[in-house]
Design a protein around this ligand. Structure first.
Ligand code: AMP
Length: 282
């Protein structure tokens, strides 16, 4: 496994691999790995000749007052894990290497970024799409792997790839969960044991909503109200949003009469957690 911090070096290395006819699978991450990240790497390992993982806590996708400084970081442990999965190249650049003095170009997907997490995190997706576009240009992967956990991000990245004609396939993989259903997240380590217990309400409320749909409920309002009531009954949790929307357009739905995305963001203590389920009618 080779560890590279210089953008021009990873670009040259990937270009040469591509010329040799190798397929490249790419997993962009912010590090502090858990089984969710590992599942993307394993799939990339199975699908491609070469696996590239980037580890970069991207400063421009964090707003003022967000947790950029305190975001969990553990490069030595991350490298041990990538080595175990059989990753070929790890790209772990500094912020100065990605955004050198004079940097002034951003990539902005409109529409899709305005609702859900876009409301409380203005500029977040612009930061994501800018760094993803740069990483795609450096690595030029055949396939790039993302998690359903960050559902809105996956839809925004698909849009970016289609709109700017990036020549690659976006692969989105299911959310990996703890045994009580909590979606794995690098931020979970920040929860106290009490908060950690309380956090299981996110997925429990999503499952309850699915049950309601399976039992015939079709009203978005009724489903959202039930999810909200369950979470509000947990004193350590504060809802940011609960939304039912179309899985492709992310536009709010009044009624479920086809595929739907039920998504939420909740603060447990100071930690902001997100989760979602895709609902299909029985
Ligand atoms: P992050 O390091 O949090 O930016 O995540 C890097 C990639 O891992 C993103 O595509 C995430 O959607 C994905 N990911 C994060 N958590 C999970 C999870 N629990 N299950 C599956 N994928 C995940």
């Amino acid at each position: 496994m080779q560890i590279i911090d210089d953008p021009s070096v990873i670009q040259r290395r990937c270009k040469s691999l591509r010329r040799q006819g190798k397929t490249i699978g790419f997993v962009p991450t912010m590090g502090a790995f858990h089984e969710g990240h590992i599942s993307l790497m394993r799939r990339a390992r199975a699908d491609n000749d070469v696996v590239v993982v980037s580890i970069f806590v991207n400063p421009i996708q964090f707003g003022r007052g967000e947790d950029f400084d305190s975001y969990p970081r553990d490069l030595p442990d991350d490298l041990a894990q990538t080595e175990r999965v059989g990753v070929d190249l790890v790209f772990a650049p500094s912020a100065e290497a990605i955004y050198p003095k004079g940097f002034q170009t951003h990539v902005d997907v409109t529409g899709l970024t305005e609702g859900l997490c876009g409301v409380s995190r203005p500029g977040h997706f612009r930061g994501v799409t800018t760094v993803v576009a740069k990483l795609f240009n450096l690595v030029r992967p055949h396939r790039a792997y993302f998690g359903q956990k960050d559902y809105q991000q996956s839809v925004v990245v698909r849009r970016l790839v289609a709109d700017l004609n990036f020549d690659l396939d976006v692969v989105v993989l299911p959310t990996v969960r703890e045994t009580d259903g909590l979606a794995m997240s690098s931020r979970n380590v920040r929860l106290t044991s009490q908060q950690r217990q309380a956090a299981s309400i996110l997925y429990r409320s999503l499952c309850r909503a699915e049950e309601r749909v399976n039992a015939g409920e079709r009203s978005a309002k009724a489903i959202i109200e039930e999810v909200r009531a369950m979470i509000e009954a947990e004193p350590l949790a504060r809802i940011e949003y609960v939304a039912l929307c179309h899985p492709d357009t992310l536009q709010p739905l009044d009624r479920i009469d086809g595929p739907a995305l039920l998504a939420l963001a909740v603060r447990v203590g100071e930690t902001r957690l997100i989760d979602n389920v895709l609902i299909t009618l029985p």
